[in-house]
Design a protein around this ligand. Structure first.
Ligand code: ZN
Length: 72
């Protein structure tokens, strides 16, 4: 597990919410932050990280237009 928990500090004037990059659920108190090849991603928990890694990342890699897909 490469991620870590980060607390979310909501300011009164801050209207920006942080949805999970996997399921879209809004994270209110803390977020699971993971460094992926594509950059930093935020999830509602490690479960969503696993789901994201096993589902979203391979799907993107297999998508047409992705460079270097034929490299082994
Ligand atoms: Zn989630």
């Amino acid at each position: 597990m490469s991620g870590h928990w980060e607390p979310i500090v909501m300011q009164v004037w801050d209207t920006v919410v942080t949805p999970c990059d996997c399921c879209g659920q809004v994270v209110a108190r803390r977020q699971w932050v993971v460094e992926l090849e594509e950059g930093e991603r935020r999830f509602c928990g490690p479960d969503c990280e696993q789901l994201y890694r096993s589902y979203v990342v391979p799907a993107r890699a297999a998508a047409p237009g992705a460079s270097g897909a034929s490299k082994g």
